[in-house]
Design a protein around this ligand. Structure first.
Ligand code: ADE
Length: 225
């Protein structure tokens, strides 16, 4: 799967893809992450990419022309399954959306900075607007990293153990059950005996019960869906 990410500050996206699971996924060709620097498409001598807002108001707006030129060039070169704008006023991103997007071949992710982007870019190019939660970040780089990470781990081969993404929290609308590793006893706290029993059926049942009771307690809204 290929992610083409348009960013005003590409440096903010250097580290997330240079370590651990995502680095291995890139090195083995399972995913490709291209970060395109918007400034290259800036207008005039100063390569301007933002300007004041018509009608007045605080904060700068990312200009239509640099974004349009960048997006149009990418669209002319490749076909996109989805052109995503990450924004706090988009629909809330969740595991279901991650599952859907993991089936796509190539997506573009447009990142805002400063205040927001000119509405015409949203009207002309964007096919999906996603928010990673009801809070406001300074830019779209962290949300983009969240998208790439959560989608990539669902692509077959990215995780060593093919089943482990399926047991993540949220995959069944349930939070994941507690997990333990050695030692079996630590500062008077012991690992539940069933996990040491070697009895697979009992262990599965215990995990299901734990997932359900944890979800009922912490996120009852998930059980309404
Ligand atoms: N940009 C700024 N805040 C954001 C959020 N919560 N989700 C997605 N993009 C954002």
């Amino acid at each position: 799967m290929i992610f083409d990410i348009i960013s005003a500050i590409p440096e903010l996206l250097e580290s997330p893809f240079e370590h651990s699971i995502l680095k291995r996924a890139i090195d083995s060709g399972l995913i490709e992450v291209n970060v395109i620097e918007l400034r290259k498409y800036g207008v005039g001598h100063h390569k301007q990419i933002d300007d004041y807002q018509y009608g007045g108001g605080a904060g700068m707006v990312m200009m239509v022309e640099p974004l349009d030129n960048c997006i149009s060039e990418l669209k002319a070169a490749h076909s996109y399954d989805e052109i995503i704008f990450v924004t706090p006023d988009g629909q809330t991103y969740n595991q279901g959306k991650a599952n859907e997007l993991s089936l796509q071949k190539r997506i573009m992710i447009i990142l805002g900075h400063y205040k927001v982007i000119d509405q015409r870019i949203r009207d002309m190019h964007v096919t999906l607007e996603l928010s990673i939660g009801d809070y406001v970040l300074s830019g779209g780089e962290l949300p983009a990293a969240v998208l790439v990470d959560s989608i990539s781990r669902l692509i077959p081969g990215v995780l060593n153990d093919g089943t482990s993404a399926l047991t993540d929290s949220h995959q069944d609308n349930l939070l994941a059950p507690p997990v333990y590793t050695r030692p079996a006893e630590y500062k008077g706290q012991s690992v539940p005996a069933v996990l040491l029993s070697g009895h697979d059926k009992n262990i599965d049942e215990w995990r299901e019960e734990q997932a359900l009771s944890k979800t009922q307690k912490l996120r009852p809204d998930l059980l309404d869906d």
